[in-house]
Write a protein that binds this ligand. Structure first.
Ligand SMILES: Nc1ncnc2c1ncn2[C@@H]1O[C@H](COP(=O)(O)OP(=O)(O)OP(=O)(O)O)[C@@H](O)[C@H]1O
Ligand SMILES: [Mg+2]
Length: 497
């Protein structure tokens, strides 16, 4: 069986495969490109347009064009409403992207592609991972594993360099940021700690520049660009281009024609860096906190890998130089490293590449709310701490608090805080307890993460050793089995081109 690696990015996606000589290679898409813009244009009732051509339409038909869908994966609200009124969820649009990537990969390989691993930001939570796996299913693919993006990048780099030691991966992409520390020994990649922010990427840097210039246009008596979808899509294009230019030049021009008038600006790198200082600082704090979690100092770090298109910005390189006193590894391709590593992990899963093993950690703590006997307060008890190696299984025993208690409030939380108001509640239900339980009857809560980082929970009546049921995390934001099947059938009628 041949499994390919797919980097499903916020702005760009890529597919790669391990070839006969054991090296990963990017698979070129039908447009002859190594990266496919993650853009879907709903311009035709029979088939959507994906990639560069769709992206070109972003400014002319912003209403039909769906971008940055990864920022919204795992949410229930639709990301697009078609001309026929059909609503599309983020995992459905992601499925269309995945289908295009898989079809193109198949064309490049000369055989159909069904089996994939898909990468996700390390900081993605359970709902977002589940939605990503569902997107693969909706695309008719078998998703063998979800792999964390920084881990994939480290594997791709490590395979080529053969270097052992501690790696620090700073991954700033189009939509998300991850900071990860790994220990690499002889083809064994062990993640020690990871942290991140799923809403911190190039998109946010663009938004700052857009907001800044929109204000200046308004000050000069121009229209409110942000209220006009076509103008804001145009300004977004110009600002992203200026951001790229500022990575190599000190000044970038931005021009926008609005209502017959031309607005022209010269943005300097210093101006842009001042605007972006807050975003950059947020990455710095996460870098420092992940080093604390890993209990390492910079002297222990042997390799610094910069991954993601945004690490081309000089301010990122300066920040990492200042923090680490190291030169980042030159051989890392910021846009391709994740897909290449994903291909290696895909091959390792099917034993085409037995030289690589990966052990990752969970980025989210999992727990439950119970009464703290000492304080009498409802408290969040963490059962699986953050940065635990996955897959993992932890259990904790609680006791009933009332005599002849007949029901139990069960909950599953995500987050580390002991205050229930400061964690996300993934699930709440009321379980019936069997009659005849003693006072302070032990109730065991078993929580696990599978290798994809998806959570599973079971509650057990320890008196009788009987399960009170596997808690199906209701994940209101995810599709249930019936809706998944219906959506898959509906999407099958829609082609990708
Ligand atoms: N030369 C450059 N200078 C500054 N930013 C750049 C440059 N080249 C690309 N970028 C930015 O990098 C981002 C895309 O990076 P990348 O392809 O790694 O992200 P992604 O995989 O789509 O997103 P994510 O990994 O967050 O889901 C975009 O915001 C893009 O504008
Ligand atoms: Mg990426």
């Amino acid at each position: 069986m041949e499994v390919i690696g797919i980097d499903l990015g916020t702005t760009y996606s890529a597919a790669a495969v391990v070839t006969g000589d054991g090296r990963p290679e990017i698979l070129v898409n039908r447009d002859g490109e190594r990266l496919t813009p993650s853009v879907v244009l709903f311009d035709n009732p029979d088939a959507v347009l994906v990639g560069t051509l769709a992206r070109r339409s972003a400014t002319s038909r912003p209403g039909d064009c769906v971008r940055f869908v990864k920022r919204r994966i795992g949410e229930a609200a639709p990301v697009h409403v078609g001309a026929d009124g059909r609503e599309y969820r983020a995992e459905e649009v992601s499925a269309l992207l995945l289908r295009r990537l898989a079809e193109d990969a198949g064309a490049a390989l000369g055989r159909p592609v069904r089996d994939v691993v898909i990468t996700v930001p390390a900081y993605f939570d359970d709902a977002r991972r589940t939605a990503t796996r569902d997107a693969g299913r909706l695309a008719g693919l078998t998703v063998h594993r979800l792999v964390n993006e920084p881990t994939a990048a480290a594997v791709g780099y490590g395979l080529r360099s053969g270097a052992d030691g501690h790696y620090f991966v700073y991954d700033l992409g189009g939509g998300t940021f991850d900071a990860t520390v790994l220990r690499v020994v002889d083809g064994d990649y062990e993640v020690l700690a990871t942290d991140g922010d799923r809403n911190l990427g190039g998109y946010d840097f663009d938004n700052l520049l857009i907001g800044y210039l929109a204000t200046r246009i308004h000050e000069q008596g121009g229209p409110d660009v942000t209220a006009d979808p076509v103008l804001s899509a145009e300004l977004r294009e110009r600002c992203e281009a200026a951001k790229h230019q500022l990575s190599t030049e000190e000044v970038a021009p931005v021009r926008l024609v609005a209502r017959g008038r031309t607005y022209a600006f010269q943005v300097t790198r210093t101006e842009f860096e001042d605007l972006a200082a807050g975003l950059l600082y947020r990455t710095e704090l996460l870098v420092e906190s992940v080093m604390d979690e890993a209990q390492l100092s910079w002297r222990d770090i042997d390799r610094v890998l910069l991954v993601g298109g945004c690490t081309r910005m000089p301010m990122v390189r300066e920040l990492m130089g200042r923090l680490t006193h190291r030169v980042p590894e030159p051989g890392v391709h910021p846009d391709e490293a994740v897909a290449l590593g994903a291909a290696v992990i895909a091959a390792a899963l099917t034993e085409q590449h037995p030289a690589v093993t990966v052990s990752d950690v969970t980025s989210q703590a999992l727990g439950t709310i119970a009464l703290d006997a000492d304080t009498g307060q409802l408290t969040n008890f963490v059962i699986i701490p953050r940065n635990s190696p996955v897959p993992c299984r932890y259990e904790e025993t609680f006791v009933t608090v009332q005599p002849r208690q007949s029901r139990l409030h069960a909950s599953v939380t995500e987050g580390e805080d002991s205050d229930p108001d400061h964690v996300a509640v993934l699930h709440r239900s009321v379980l019936d307890l069997p009659p005849g339980l003693p006072d302070e009857a032990p109730i065991r809560v078993v929580m696990s993460y599978d290798a994809d980082g998806v959570a599973h929970v079971e509650t057990i009546d320890a008196t009788h050793g009987r399960s009170l049921g596997a808690v199906a995390l209701d994940r209101p934001a995810n599709l249930d089995g019936d809706r998944l099947a219906a959506s898959r059938a509906a999407l099958a009628h829609l082609g990708v081109r």
